[in-house]
Design a protein around this ligand. Structure first.
Ligand code: AMP
Length: 285
C-alpha cells in the first residue's frame, strides 16, 4: 500500500524512479489514461494493484489521437482532482507530462499498420485515431517498460489494437482487458459524461437500454432486426445521432449477419448525444 504517491512530469525523473523499482526486482503495472478520472479508471488501478508490486498511472490528453480539434479543446481536464483520486486509490506514481515532453519533435507521426482492425468502427469513423493511440502508448511502453498494462473493455477495439501493437513491438508486456464499469442506470462511465448537460445525461441512459433490447432481439429475431431497431430507436430521439451500430465477431471485428454458437459476437455502438460522442459495447454470447 502506497503511503504517498509520487508525481512526475519529466521522463528523466520517472525513469530514475523506475530504475529503483527494477533494482528491487519488483513488477510494474501501468494504467494509461487521459484524466478526468472516474471509478472506471480506479477499477483499472485496483486490477493493477492486485497483481503488480507497483502501479503507475499516466494522465495525458494525447493530441495525436483526436481527429476533431473541438473534441480535443473541450476534453475535460482536472489534474488536481485526478491526483487526489489516484492517491486515494493508493496508486504509487502518477506521470502527467506536458505535450512537448512526449512529443519533443513536433507531432509528426509514425505510421502503424493494423490492417483491417484499424479500418472499421472507430478506425473508420475517427481517421488517424488509432495511429495516435499506438504512437502514445508505444512511447509510454518504451519509457515505463511495465510488466502488465491495464485497459478498459469499453474501448474494445482499442484493446485489440494495443494487443496488435505489442506484437509489432515484439514486447512481452501483458495486456489485460478489464470489465466496463457503469453508472447505476447502466451508462458506461466515461470522462465525456461530465460534458453532458442534465437533459443529455438523462437521454444518454437510453444507450444501455437500447443495447439490452438489441442484445435480446439479436437472439430472438436476428441481427438485421436488431440493427433496424437501434437505428429507428435513435432516430426518434432528436438530441441523439447514431454514428454506428455493428454486430461483429468479437475476435476479428468482422461484421456478422447471423449468430452461431461457434463465434463469439459483440455489439458495438457509437452515438452522439448533443455534441458528445459516446461509445459502448455488449458481448452477445
Ligand atoms: P481514457 O481516459 O478515456 O482514455 O481511458 C483510460 C482507460 O480507462 C482506457 O483503457 C479505458 O478503456 C478505461 N475506461 C474508460 N472508461 C471505463 C469504464 N467505464 N470502465 C472500465 N474502464 C474504463
Amino acid at each position: 500500500m502506497a503511503l504517498l504517491m509520487l508525481i512526475f512530469t519529466k521522463i528523466s525523473e520517472l525513469t530514475g524512479y523506475l530504475s529503483q523499482i527494477n533494482a528491487q526486482n519488483k513488477t510494474v503495472g501501468f494504467v494509461p489514461t487521459m484524466g478526468a478520472l472516474h471509478d472506471g479508471h480506479v477499477s483499472l488501478i485496483r486490477y493493477s494493484k492486485n497483481t503488480c508490486d507497483y502501479t503507475i498511472c499516466s494522465v495525458f490528453v494525447n493530441p495525436t489521437q483526436f481527429n476533431d480539434k473541438s473534441d480535443l479543446d473541450r476534453y475535460p481536464r482536472m489534474p488536481e482532482k485526478d491526483a487526489a483520486l489516484l492517491k486515494n486509490a493508493y496508486c504509487d506514481a502518477l506521470f502527467m507530462p506536458l505535450v512537448n515532453e512526449m512529443y519533443p519533435d513536433s507531432l509528426l507521426k509514425e505510421n502503424y499498420d493494423f490492417g483491417y482492425l484499424d479500418k472499421v468502427l472507430e478506425g473508420a469513423h475517427r481517421p488517424g485515431h488509432f495511429n495516435g493511440v499506438a504512437q502514445i502508448v508505444s512511447r509510454f511502453f518504451d519509457i515505463i517498460k511495465p510488466d502488465k498494462a491495464f485497459f478498459g473493455s469499453k474501448d474494445y477495439q482499442q484493446v485489440m489494437i494495443i494487443k496488435a501493437l505489442v506484437k509489432q513491438m515484439n514486447s512481452s508486456i501483458e495486456i489485460i482487458a478489464c470489465p466496463i464499469l457503469r453508472d447505476p442506470d447502466g451508462l458506461a462511465m466515461s470522462s465525456r459524461n461530465a460534458l453532458l448537460s442534465k437533459e443529455e445525461r438523462t437521454t444518454a441512459s437510453r444507450i444501455p437500454q437500447i443495447m439490452k433490447v438489441a442484445k435480446n432481439l439479436t437472439a430472438t429475431k436476428g441481427i438485421k432486426e436488431a440493427k433496424l431497431f437501434v437505428e429507428q430507436e435513435i432516430t426518434t430521439v432528436p438530441s441523439m445521432k447514431l454514428d454506428y451500430f455493428e454486430i461483429c465477431n468479437a475476435d476479428s471485428l468482422n461484421t456478422l449477419t447471423e449468430l452461431t454458437s461457434q463465434i463469439s459476437a459483440i455489439a458495438l455502438i457509437a452515438v452522439y448525444v448533443g455534441k458528445i460522442r459516446l461509445i459502448d459495447n455488449v458481448e452477445l454470447n
